[in-house]
Design a protein around this ligand. Structure first.
Ligand code: FE2
Ligand code: FE2
Length: 321
């Protein structure tokens, strides 16, 4: 049976469920329910698009990095994100979709990507804050995905997570340098934290009560924790780091709760989240237009690769004829 086989059969379903129950991996050759396949395609495609679109906000600063060292670090980080997109498109292709088709869907706004990348990067401190908060939130989301029930996705995530740790560290190290710099640099960090804090909390998705797909994804071992559990983990991890940096997180309700042994915190503005996710964020149109331009200007590369592959195939046929 192949992944694209839509027939259902009790014996296949039993085998699938037994694999999930034993916490083992489903591989591309295994039978899987159509809804499982569709859920994974949607999630992996959204994830791949996020990596690719996510190159833009920071890519914006490569040409203006303040030193050769900062430029080399940022360049490496943005290139890593391109690589993450490629692994993930390859993982999605094992489910029977085509990368070309996924790219088309992205530039026609038929598939989503993380809302966080629809905010502009206004200062160099944003490079540090994105590494610290956005890659930090990505790590919380992605480490449990290394144990996702779908083998190719889980394996891609192992490597991605190693690189995300470097991203988080480089961001934090940049901020540490800035907060120990001039008062203007320290103020720049605080202003950036004020803008990115709430959008970072929104990266975990809607509150559990408003997240209809979570239960099914958890039953399938695609997701291991709910959105609210991951958000809590992120807040608890980040607060001491903010203290070490000497910056304030812009939430008057943020405080340690001794009873829960966790931080209480305020509610993100979900109407803003919904607006940004449905296309009305500050830079949605700009991000998609840029991606479309890049795709169109790369058409000749894809065409050349196709012609070359055809020629190689024809040569092979000549030899074997
Ligand atoms: Fe990434
Ligand atoms: Fe990253």
């Amino acid at each position: 049976m192949t992944a694209t086989d839509e027939r259902s059969h009790p014996a296949f379903e039993d085998e699938f469920q037994a694999t999930i129950d034993a916490d083992q991996r489903i591989e591309p050759r295994d039978w899987m329910p159509e809804a499982y396949r569709k859920t994974l395609i949607r999630q992996i495609a959204q994830h791949a698009h996020s990596e690719i679109i996510g190159m833009q906000p920071e890519g914006n600063w490569i040409g203006r990095a303040p030193s050769l060292r900062r430029k080399a670090i940022l360049l490496a980080k943005v290139q890593d994100e391109a690589g993450h997109g490629m692994y993930l498109y390859a993982a999605a292709e094992t489910l029977g979709v085509d990368r070309e088709e996924l790219t088309e869907k992205l530039i026609e706004s038929k598939q989503k990507y993380s809302s966080i990348f629809n905010y502009p990067t206004l200062t160099y401190a944003d490079v540090g804050v994105i590494g610290w908060l956005v890659d930090g939130a990505a790590i919380c989301n992605q480490v449990p995905l290394c144990r996702c029930s779908y083998g190719p996705y889980a394996r891609a995530m192992v490597r991605i997570c190693k690189e995300e740790s470097f991203h988080q560290r480089q961001g934090y190290e940049l901020l540490l340098a800035m907060v120990n710099g001039t008062p203007a640099q320290k103020a720049m960090v605080q202003e950036s934290v004020d803008r990115w804090w709430w959008p970072s909390l929104m990266m975990f998705g809607p509150a559990d009560g408003d997240s209809p797909n979570t239960q099914q994804s958890m039953a399938w071992n695609i997701k291991r924790h709910t959105n609210d559990e991951l958000r809590q983990r992120f807040v608890d991890m980040t607060v001491p780091q903010a203290e070490a940096l000497g910056v304030t997180l812009p939430d008057p309700d943020l405080r340690w709760n001794d009873e829960r042994q966790a931080h209480d915190f305020g509610e993100p503005d979900w109407s803003e989240f919904k607006a940004v996710i449905s296309g009305a964020g500050p830079t949605n149109a700009q991000r998609i237009a840029h991606r479309r331009r890049a795709h169109e200007s790369g058409a000749w590369v894809r065409e050349a690769a196709r012609v070359y592959a055809d020629k190689q195939a024809a040569k092979k046929r000549e030899v074997t004829a």
